[in-house]
Design a protein around this ligand. Sequence first.
Ligand code: CO
Length: 139
Amino acid sequence: MKIGPLNHVGVAVPDIEEAMETYRTLYGATDITVPFDMPTQGVKVCFVNLPNSQIELIEPLDEQSPIWGFIQKNPKGGQHHVCFEVADIHEAVDAMKAGGATVLGEPRIGAHGTPIIFVHPKDSNGVLIELMETPKDAH
Ligand code: CO
């Protein structure tokens, strides 16, 4: 397995509308997608589209959200994960396990509509890594 392009950087935020406004007014971002709920993941998501990548803004939907604790520890929000594309998610899972890394959960459909997994931060210098199968119509 070999990681492909950086797809996005995930940023957990307490208020997605406020965060969108910051990217709009402070940084001049003009292409931000409409936020949508992903109840299965417990988050509301939108993307700030950049020429070479995306910032994924994620807000917890409720106290059951996997990022609820992160926001409690980081009330202003914070950098949460980094996402790389891979050609095949099952091949990636096998390669992670063969390499002794801890894969968090089973492959599931992510915000881009393709299968994703997360790899525990302890396996990558404290960074939570998302691996996402490259959308078939991309690149
Ligand atoms: Co992500």
